[in-house]
Write a protein that binds this ligand. Sequence first.
Ligand SMILES: [Mg+2]
Ligand SMILES: [Zn+2]
Length: 161
Amino acid sequence: MRKVIFLDRDGVINIERGDYTFRLEDFVFVDGLFAALAFLKNHGFEFIVITNQGGISKGIYNHDSVIVLNKLIETEFKKHQLNVLDIYYCPHHSDIEKCICRKPNSLLLEKAIAKYNIDTTKSFFIGDSDRDINAAQKVGVKGIKVNKNSNLNVYLNQIIT
Ligand SMILES: [Mg+2]
Ligand SMILES: [Zn+2]
């Protein structure tokens, strides 16, 4: 079975700007991200991104905008010898339509766990929002709540003990 670090996107991978990030020029990787993930990779973890993209539901941007940024993430990860197993996003927003995939709901996590045969007891969810942590708890994955836009280095001792 795989052990996975689930990653929120905005505020963890890229800078949370306090507004929707959907343009390439607004997408800035958080300092120290790749070094921290390389450390985790060396400890046997793989990576999956789980992100709420309710701006689609609101009509602010579309699926293509998200897919372009997904490709950027995959490309940058590869440059650092890192691999993203998958990127899941919820396009819905609770103000517009109900769904069971938007965090704190756990459908996207459940899909990933089934598809990739993930050992939930050895996996973690790194997120900057209570929604991330709550979604993780629903599927028995330990949540690591981080300050938005912070270097993940500070939190590695909660994962590798
Ligand atoms: Mg976030
Ligand atoms: Zn959804």
